[in-house]
Write a protein that binds this ligand. Structure first.
Ligand SMILES: NC(=O)c1ccc[n+]([C@@H]2O[C@H](COP(=O)([O-])OP(=O)(O)OC[C@H]3O[C@@H](n4cnc5c(N)ncnc54)[C@H](O)[C@@H]3O)[C@@H](O)[C@H]2O)c1
Length: 364
């Protein structure tokens, strides 16, 4: 039986606790806030999954830091991800260290050090961009690899979703300024919170052999209101080292949501949708000469996280050595987030020099 220590008993911490329990793992759920632990037991977990699971151990995060576990999962606000990940690697060597997205803050503080520490300690680190593990993504990769859409010409990716859903899930928050969400510098705002779109763009670019993002041009809609300071919308154009050009839009104002990617090849197209309906993801592809083929993949919200837990089990079993949710991929997304802020501030396109590491000096 595997064990997981979860740092942060909030929305995502409960999702991972439930998914791990569904796979029979031993779960220790920790937080620095006792109210969060109590809320998990009496409110979040029973409301989502029917009843509290008394096999889950609740513990103060400070007392638990360093406790052994096969997997440590950091599910706290983004500005604490890198410091907590470094502290974990200093105290112990789990088989897998999974860190939520976005990996950190646009200033990239600690990112290079984390990459080095993970390598030195030989700990498999991952970042929670779990859309990369979805059945719709796997199916889309198969279509891409089959050559059905021909040579990839461009990718567009959107994560556009009003953030009222997040606030509805956190009724104890009074608004954006009450959490990291209302501060781009702390990993909130559209660039950080909805960075799934950047990540899936990069994922499909890698799948097509188009390399890493080398150029970023961004226009952000920045909001300073009621004590909050965040980007409510981010419009980015990206170019990769191999010359693939495309765009990403992320915002926290669109309703109904749009979570999609479109890959255009020289012979056809492929569309990828998340939450196509309340209970399904979907892909659609075709060449325009006949009706497009649609593949609907039924899933529930808990399935997203069960797939993530299964992926970690495969990593621990040694059956997966190259993961789409690797730390390296999470760092690549972090670099694009940081580059977007730099591009907007400078009013021009910026480049990423990957030889210089995961640091602000690499973005010019
Ligand atoms: N991959 C996904 O689909 C997904 C979904 C939701 C949230 N997230 C990400 O998960 C992260 C957390 O979001 P959330 O909605 O669960 O937040 P949340 O506010 O519901 O929970 C965060 C918890 O972390 C605790 N915490 C803060 N600092 C801590 C520390 N140093 N040690 C231990 N606990 C600490 C807080 O007390 C809080 O209970 C964010 O980065 C968010 O983007 C990802």
């Amino acid at each position: 039986m595997h064990s997981i220590r979860i740092v942060g008993a909030g929305s995502i911490g409960n999702h991972l606790a439930h998914a791990a329990r569904r796979r029979g793992w031993k779960v220790v759920l920790t937080d620095i806030d006792d109210a969060a632990l109590q809320r998990s037991r009496s409110d979040i977990y029973p409301a989502r999954y029917g009843a509290w699971d008394s096999e889950i151990e609740l513990k103060d995060a400070r007392a638990a830091a360093g406790d052994p576990a096969d997997v440590v999962f950091i599910g706290t606000p983004p500005d604490s991800h890198v410091p907590l990940a470094l502290e974990t690697l200093e105290k112990m060597s789990p088989q897998v260290l999974l860190i939520e997205k976005p990996l950190g803050c646009p200033d990239l503080a600690g990112c290079e050090m984390l990459a080095k520490q993970a390598e030195d300690k030989n700990v498999f680190c991952a970042v929670g961009y779990n859309h990369c593990l979805g059945a719709n993504t796997v199916k889309a990769e198969q279509v891409l690899a089959s050559g059905q859409i021909g040579q990839l010409q461009t990718i567009t990716a959107h994560t556009r979703e009003h953030w009222r859903g997040i606030f509805n899930a956190h009724p104890w928050l009074s608004g954006p300024s009450d959490s990291y969400l209302g501060f781009s510098s702390r990993g909130g705002g559209a660039c950080g919170e909805h960075s799934h779109a950047i990540n899936i763009w990069q994922h499909f670019a890698h799948a097509a052999g188009a390399g890493r993002v080398s150029d970023v041009s961004a226009t952000l809609d920045l909001i300073t209101r009621d004590g909050a300071d965040y980007d409510q919308a981010a419009y980015m154009t990206l170019r990769t080292t191999e010359g693939l050009v495309g765009d990403v839009v992320q915002d926290v104002v669109t309703s109904p949501h749009e979570k999609s990617a479109r890959l255009q090849g020289d012979r056809g197209f492929l569309e990828w949708h998340v939450n196509h309906t309340a209970s399904s993801d979907m892909i659609e592809f075709g060449d325009g000469s006949s009706p497009a083929e649609q593949v609907v993949l039924e899933k529930t919200r808990p399935d997203d996280f069960i797939a993530e837990i299964d992926h970690l089990a495969e990593i621990m079993a040694g059956r997966i050595t190259s993961s789409p949710i690797s730390l390296e991929r999470g760092l690549e997304t972090m670099m694009v987030i940081s580059a977007a802020f730099r591009s907007h501030a400078l009013g021009r396109r910026v480049t990423i020099d990957w030889d210089r590491g995961y640091c602000p000096e690499a973005i010019n």
